[in-house]
Each structure stands twice: as structure tokens, then as C-alpha cells.
Write a protein that binds this ligand. Structure first.
Ligand SMILES: [Zn+2]
Length: 234
């Protein structure tokens, strides 16, 4: 099939290609992960120069032919510029883009994931909320929207409810687990468990409500462990 399509996209990655071109990986609301060529964007004064920079988002016009997408136009709506001016923010933002690339699925709409990514990047660029908390919220949302959130209201192994037993946490076993199924699981506070259960199901902006919450650092450590475990196995 040949033709043009307009998508809302975030640039996840760029790589130089041939003399004047770049390949980009995009996260799009309409088509999930898309690899595309940006022709001529390394020529001086190319109108597409901004279309090939990580963190840039906007409306992209794509042309599809011969099994390949080409970016033909781009209207940038945000570049999250402050992220690039701060080493810690840049490091965290780059990690997020890599995770979005690794978990992104081609040819499947990803509207919720796309909106969450933009929201998270806005907080990273324009808020003064602690980076560890922004990261914890991003990882919880990423897992949830990709369908592999850790168990948080029942044992991941036997399914026993949190109402009926004390749950610990074991990243390798799928999240919360009961003592019978995982005697050596790490203890988990009730506050952290509730964050792991509820935060992924709220919009990213609910991160503001976790500021100052005593249990988010613990929830953050557990979700980081969990993501490392899941992504490492993919
Ligand atoms: Zn169990």
C-alpha cells in the first residue's frame, strides 16, 4: 500500500543514514512504533532538521512506499528543550525513550501510551518534582499501559487476595507474592503496595499527589526492579 498519513509522533531515536538523511524511530498515537527516513534533514536549512531530534513531538506527515515510511512534513509542538540542558534530566529522559522504543509495538495504535509519554516529558522538562518520583510514575504507567504491570492486589503465583494474606514483593515472580509462594520475598509496606496498585491506573499528572508521600521511594525501587526483570527477559 502506498500513501500519505498524518500522525501525532514523538521522536525516540535518530541515526545518521547515507550522506544527508536520518532514520528515526517514532512513537505515534495512531500506529505505535514507526521507523521512518527523514530525507535531506542534515542539509543546511532543511525544514526537517527538527523532525529528526529525540524528544521532539508534533504532527508528522508520513509517506509510505516500498515497505518504508518517509517523513515529508513536520509541525513541531514541543521539543521539551529544558531536558537537554540538564544532565540528570537528559539521562532519565533518554532512558524513557529507550524503554518506549523497546516496548513499542509496530502497527498498533498507542494513544494512551503516547499521551502518557508526552505528559511525563512535560513534567521532566517543566516541573521541579524529584526525578526519582517522576521515574517511578513513568515506569508504573509504562508497565500498566503495555499490559505487564506487577501484581499488586493479589499473589502473582497463587492469586490469593491481599485482603486475605500479607504480600511481599518478588520482581522475578511477577510482583506481589504471598509467603507460601515466596518465603524469601522482600517485605512490602501497605503504602507502597497501594501506590503500585493505584498510581498506574491514574493519569500521569497524579504524580503530583505523591509528592511528599512517605512510601513512594519504596514503590519506586520495586517498580525499577520489576522493569529491569521484565525488560531483561524480553
Ligand atoms: Zn501465593
Amino acid at each position: 500500500m502506498t500513501g500519505s498519513v498524518s500522525v501525532s509522533a514523538l521522536v525516540l531515536r535518530k541515526a545518521d543514514w547515507r550522506d544527508y538523511d536520518r532514520m528515526v524511530t517514532l512513537l505515534t498515537a495512531e500506529k505505535g512504533r514507526v521507523d521512518a527516513v527523514v530525507r535531506g534533514c542534515r542539509r543546511p536549512k532543511s525544514e526537517l532538521v527538527n523532525a529528526a531530534e529525540p524528544f521532539v513531538c508534533g504532527s508528522f506527515q508520513l509517506y509510505y512506499a516500498k515497505d518504508r515510511y518517509t517523513v515529508t512534513q513536520c509541525r513541531v509542538t514541543d521539543g521539551f528543550y529544558p531536558i537537554r540542558e540538564d544532565y540528570d534530566r537528559l539521562t532519565l529522559g533518554a532512558k524513557w525513550l529507550k524503554l518506549l522504543e523497546e516496548t513499542g509495538v509496530e502497527d498498533e495504535p498507542a494513544e494512551d501510551l503516547f499521551r502518557m509519554a508526552l505528559s511525563a516529558l512535560s513534567y521532566l522538562a517543566y516541573s521541579d518534582i524529584e526525578l526519582g518520583l517522576l521515574d517511578a510514575m513513568f515506569l508504573m504507567k509504562l508497565c500498566f499501559l503495555n499490559g505487564f504491570a506487577p501484581a499488586a492486589d493479589k499473589c502473582a503465583v497463587c492469586g490469593k487476595s491481599a485482603r486475605d494474606t500479607v504480600l511481599g514483593f518478588d520482581a522475578a515472580k511477577g510482583g506481589c507474592v504471598c509467603r507460601q509462594c515466596a518465603p524469601n520475598a522482600r517485605p512490602l509496606s501497605e503504602g507502597a503496595r497501594r501506590i503500585l496498585l493505584k498510581a498506574p491506573r491514574t493519569p500521569y499528572k497524579a504524580v503530583e499527589k505523591l509528592v511528599g508521600h512517605p512510601d513512594w521511594p519504596e514503590a519506586g525501587e520495586r517498580i525499577r526492579e520489576f522493569v529491569q526483570n521484565v525488560i531483561g527477559k524480553r
